[in-house]
Design a protein around this ligand. Structure first.
Ligand SMILES: *Cc1c(COP(=O)(O)O)cnc(C)c1O
Length: 360
């Protein structure tokens, strides 16, 4: 068996100990005689698996008691619609920050349900920075303020929490949740698709302050009504059982590592290795302003884009895969999620140096 270093933006690399554990338990989970995939979601085994996953997630993120944790389906893109359906609460408008590809998707979906105001945007510089708080135009009457705290494609990360006064702050954290400690109490709602930094595709995590739920628009499907799902422990319908189980193993892996403070230190070190290299060469180039660079998703370009294909081909032959940038921006992108080991990052930077010496 040969494992590659997989730099995919998602679905993405998972911790090897988690994959081993899932493999060991695949045919017979804890003497149940069944795979987790084969269990009733209402049986005591799976109820225990999901309860443990929630408890571990609450511990890792220090989620306050007045927040509900929901394990849903439909992806982060589903939440682009589900958030306005649930959080408008009799209001007719919401503020959105536009920092790139995923912001635009969220905005166009929200426009089907309410009046959207763009509170801030980085479009003027091709989405290469996070708009400073001073430049946000917030409407105190807005139902909520929405932003993408890590733009997976542009590689822009907010390293600070916006202040929205009394208006609930909503964040799509799909590509950096669990990469660092989080002050959940500053947010009204946090959501994330699991397949970037948490686990397999199919699971969407929602963390929502209790007082914001219970006023969904009348046409909201019950499975997407936060209140209905909160009251049913996310089992109003069948949850994505296997994805919840694997995410739970990832939570345990993070706890064993020492939690999110520890994870953050590792992530800082990994990202620094790549950015330091990018900043001392003319051969490659990082488009994102320094203070807003993502630790998780690092887009970069070869100054000579004629070499792009050769770069990807040779990278692959070195066991470094999925480095092609998103089709909307081109170039390269290395995603360094929690599960990407330091050795993988060193192998990448080593290869980049070798390629530069050969072609620079
Ligand atoms: C990947 C991604 C999405 C879309 O997630 P789906 O699970 O495909 O719906 C939304 N937002 C961000 C920030 C993402 O990285």
């Amino acid at each position: 068996m040969t494992r590659v270093y997989n730099f995919s933006a998602g679905p993405a690399v998972l911790p090897e100990p988690v994959l081993h554990r899932a493999a060991e338990e695949m045919l017979d989970w804890h003497g149940s005689g069944m795979a987790v995939m084969e269990m009733s979601h209402r049986g005591k085994e799976f109820i225990a698996i999901q309860a443990q996953a929630e408890a571990d997630l609450r511990e890792l993120l220090a989620i306050p008691r007045n927040y509900k944790v929901l394990f849903l389906q439909g992806g982060a893109a589903g939440q682009f619609a589900v958030v306005p359906m649930n959080l408008l609460r009799g209001k007719s408008k919401a503020d959105y920050v536009n920092t790139g590809y995923w912001s635009k998707k969220a905005i166009s979906e929200a426009k089907r349900y309410c009046k959207v105001s763009i509170a801030a945007s980085s479009e003027d510089a091709n989405f290469t920075y996070a708009p400073k708080q001073d430049n946000w135009k917030l409407d105190p009457e807005a139902a909520y303020v929405h932003f993408i705290s890590n733009e997976t494609i542009g590689g822009v990360e907010f390293h600070w929490i916006p202040d929205t006064g009394g208006v609930p702050l909503v964040a799509d954290m799909s590509s950096h949740i669990l990469s660092r400690p989080l002050d959940v109490g500053r947010y009204g709602l946090i959501y994330a698709g699991a397949q970037k930094n948490v686990g397999p595709a199919g699971l969407t995590i929602v963390i929502v302050r209790e007082d914001l739920i219970g006023q969904a628009l009348p046409f909201t499907p019950s499975v997407f009504d936060y209140k209905v799902q909160a009251e049913a422990d996310s089992m109003h319908n069948t949850p994505p059982t296997f994805a919840v189980y694997v995410a739970g193993l990832v939570f345990q892996w993070l706890k064993q590592l020492g939690g999110l403070k520890q994870m953050e230190q590792i992530n800082i070190a990994k990202a620094r290795l790549v950015y330091d290299y990018l900043d001392q060469t003319e051969f490659y180039h990082s488009p994102v302003v320094k203070q807003d660079r993502s630790r998780m998703n690092i887009p970069f370009r070869l100054r000579n884009d004629q070499l792009d294909e050769e770069f990807l081909k040779q990278a692959k032959s070195h066991g470094l895969t999925q480095l092609k940038g998103h089709r909307s921006v081109g170039g390269m992108r290395a995603s360094l999620y929690n599960a990407m080991p330091m050795e993988g990052v060193k192998a990448l930077v080593g290869f980049m140096g070798e390629f530069e010496r050969k072609h620079g």
